[in-house]
Design a protein around this ligand. Structure first.
Ligand code: ADP
Ligand code: MG
Length: 728
């Protein structure tokens, strides 16, 4: 009777009503958990299975195992190349020894004393020829307890192993969860019955109970699938709702106008648009002709001709009396966009000037580093509407920047801008403006669906006709030291034929890093990394004697960067020695060779972006990836992958597979990240596709049928908003 009465807790009940004050406080301090629901969403990583212990001597790589063993030794040491420490624990079960490793968890040394016995579970890996478990889960047997009794004494057959800490070990979490489940009333299910039944999923209540206390591994797996699906489904619902809301906003329709700037531009264009460009241009044109804002992502390989497509959309808006803003991630790129657009537009960009045509407009630039006079002029052009196109960096978001009638925002290389920045620019328009986001990093469909799920997606797959192929080779310095000399000779050959080259290095100066992005990929064996400042004198005094070289990097002043880029574009410089500042968008068709030093320091997509700088003219491109990485290392495998294909989609997949989930989803999804515990965008592709379909059906139906679902969604939206406010 009493037991029945106590089953009254809901997922929203405070933990303090279920657990002791002290435990409640520890859970809150450690994990931020306040409610029963918070705790029940702390999922086990794996289960120890009673009666299925393995002998260490019989372990094979890749096995998921549980062993009963004794701690033989434990040593921790600091890592050199990156921050942190590694704890290595050797255990033995009498048959053999096994190494357990923990990264940055030195506190476990207190637990894992020599002579301690326990159950250890994990996946068998091999490192330096030795079998090991990396970050295993374990359950130690309290001193003085009989081992057999302890092993037999599991509450159930499957002992859940939780992400834990020294203050809150896994067994303690299991106890808390058992108490929480014991006090739980039937949990109402927000997932529509039709969706649940379609997939054969358990109810929410069943799933939570089965995940923490499964009758068998199969039902644990079903529970996990149900809860993973929930994440995908709620996320899609959130994104589709946002998209629907955006679609319902009022915007100014900017339909095609005959005899305007766009027509004049098309007549001037020295090349024919590719079929892909035409198709995408039509999608965009029909979007901006609607009285609702466009929200479109345009993805396409480096050099696929996105800029021309975007420019045409801008001209269409100008033909309708509006203005367009182009947001670029760096000053180098913003300045280049200005030059490109002025060149493409020719007389059409000379509005208000003597000799300019009367439909002509003006293109202006706003950046953080420009002098007061040119800034004042640019601000005036934007505010009066005389400039139909306003290009800029973050400076465009500044308070002093105003438009007469901002109708279209184009964001170049989106992955560097957050939603907040887009919104800052949108607020400068009288009506919600149309938005076109361009990215050269192709992303797999489900990632697009997840990260940019509130945008429509257009893709440019082909490169313009006549684009030259790029050949890529790995230059392994350890095995073939002579190849590096050969690389410099290749540069000299190209230069002697009137071509130009890039040399890219990971660092500006010795001991610095311009690109912390990739730090997580760096192994422990950090040799000296080549820097731009060292390389310049070294080469111009040696292998590249007589060749005009110049450095370019992020610590130079904006004027210097810009004048260097212009000099390079004007062939006054033969070889540019640079950091990744040239990664995105830089367009000098005469450059034919790129040598990337310490190429293993860069990510796969980044290398692909970089090499897209060559082969943009009439001659084929060559890219050489110089590396000190060992043969058959994972770094070498990545480089071989880059050398092996020019397919950006395939490469971005390889890249994403190596990143942590948070990095995949990035800042744009950070608001709902805390709701994504189980979902993995690449692994769970088909589930995301299904969730998208189901979410679409629900959104299109009468949603008032699903009050629980609406409440859950509102909760997630509120949490996302709260997190957003916390961040700001
Ligand atoms: P992206 O921004 O997608 O990297 P760009 O728009 O900068 O590519 O285009 C790369 C180069 O190709 C530019 O010099 C551009 O003028 C040129 N280009 C674009 N479209 C075509 C086309 N249809 N035919 C020939 N050249 C093109
Ligand atoms: Mg571009």
């Amino acid at each position: 009777m009493q037991g029945e009465n106590r089953r009254m807790a809901t997922l929203d009940s405070k933990l303090v009503g279920v657990l002791g004050d002290r435990t409640t406080k520890v859970l809150r301090d450690l994990f931020g958990y306040v409610t029963v629901g918070d705790l029940l969403h702390h999922y086990p990583r794996r289960y120890l299975v009673r009666g299925e212990l393995s002998n260490i001597s019989e372990l094979n790589e890749g096995d998921e195992v549980t062993i009963l063993a004794e701690v033989f030794s434990a040593t921790s040491r600091r890592l050199h190349a990156r921050k942190g420490n590694i704890l290595e624990v050797i255990v033995t079960d009498g048959s053999a020894k096994l190494s357990l490793t923990f990264f940055n968890q030195a506190w476990r040394e207190k637990d894992l004393k020599v002579g301690k016995q326990g159950l250890f579970a994990g996946k068998v890996g091999v490192f330096n020829g030795k079998r090991q478990l990396a970050h295993p889960d374990y359950e130690l047997i309290p001193d003085g307890n009989d081992v057999d009794a302890a092993v037999e004494g599991f509450a159930g057959k499957y002992l859940p192993m939780y992400p834990a800490s020294s203050k809150m070990p896994s067994w303690k979490i299991a106890q808390c969860i058992e108490l929480a489940i014991g006090s739980l009333d039937e949990v109402p299910d927000y997932l529509p019955e039709s969706v649940r039944e379609k997939h054969g999923y358990p109810t929410l209540h069943q799933a939570l109970v089965q995940l923490h206390n499964p009758v068998d591994l199969d039902s644990a797996e079903k529970a996990r699938q149900r809860l993973t699906f929930d994440e995908a489904f709620m996320l899609q619902l959130l994104l589709l709702t946002r998209r629907k809301e955006l679609k319902n906003l009022d915007a100014v329709a900017r339909p095609p106008i005959t005899g305007g700037l766009l027509d004049a531009f098309d007549a001037l264009l020295p090349f024919q648009l590719t079929a892909g460009q035409r198709a995408v241009a039509e999608e965009i044109a029909s979007d901006v002709a609607q009285p609702h804002p466009m929200h479109r992502l345009l993805q396409g390989e480096v050099g696929s001709g996105k800029t021309v497509v975007a420019l045409r959309a801008m001209l269409s808006v100008i033909d309708n009396g509006g203005q367009a803003a182009l947001l670029a991630p760096t000053e180098v790129l913003a300045a280049q966009h200005l030059r490109t657009m002025q060149k493409l537009l020719g007389p059409l960009a000379q509005g208000g000037m003597l000799g300019g045509s009367d439909i002509a407009t003006q293109v202006t630039l706003i950046t953080g580093s420009q002098n007061a006079a040119s800034r004042k002029e640019a601000l005036a052009l934007a505010a009066s509407g005389a400039a139909g196109i306003v290009i800029g960096t973050h400076a465009l978001l500044g308070e002093t920047v105003a438009f007469k009638d901002l109708g279209l925002i184009v964001v170049d290389e989106q992955h560097r801008f957050g939603v907040e920045q887009r919104d800052a620019l949108k607020s400068k328009a009288t009506y919600p403006p149309h938005l076109l986001v361009m990215t050269a990093t192709p992303i797999p469909r489900t990632v697009a669906m997840t990260v940019f799920g509130d945008l429509d997606v257009s893709t440019l797959r082909e490169l313009p006709l006549g684009r030259q192929p790029i050949t890529t080779h790995v230059v392994p310095v350890l095995e073939k030291p002579g190849f590096l000399e050969r690389a410099w000779e290749r540069i000299k050959e190209e230069v002697s034929q009137g071509h130009q080259a890039y040399i890219v290095a990971p660092r500006i100066a010795a001991g610095t890093s311009e690109d912390s992005d990739m730090d997580f990929l760096m192994g422990e064996t950090s040799t000296e990394i080549v820097s731009v400042e060292e390389l310049g004198p070294l080469l111009s005094g040696g292998a590249l004697q007589g060749v005009k070289v110049a450095p370019l990097h992020g610590r130079q002043s904006a004027e210097l960067k810009d004048s260097t880029m212009q000099a390079f574009a004007n062939k006054e410089i033969d070889v540019l020695i640079s950091t990744t500042v040239i990664e995105v968008g830089v367009d000098v068709p005469n450059a034919t060779v790129m040598v990337i030093m310490d190429a293993d320091r860069f990510g796969v997509s980044q290398l692909h972006q970089l090499r897209g700088r060559v082969g943009r003219g009439t001659s084929p491109g060559l890219c050489l990836l110089v590396t000190n990485a060992e043969p058959e290392s994972s770094a070498r495998e990545r480089l071989d992958a880059v050398a092996g294909t020019l397919d950006g989609f395939e490469l971005s997949r390889i890249d994403l597979e190596q990143r942590r989930e948070g990095d995949v989803l990035g800042a744009s999804q950070s608001g709902s990240r805390s709701h994504l515990r189980l979902l993995r965008v690449l692994r769970d592709e088909s589930m995301i596709e299904e969730a998208r379909i189901d979410a679409t059906t629900i959104i299109e139906s009468d949603t008032s049928q699903y009050p629980l679902l609406a409440a859950e969604l509102a909760q997630i939206q509120a949490d996302a908003a709260a997190e957003y406010i916390d961040k700001a």
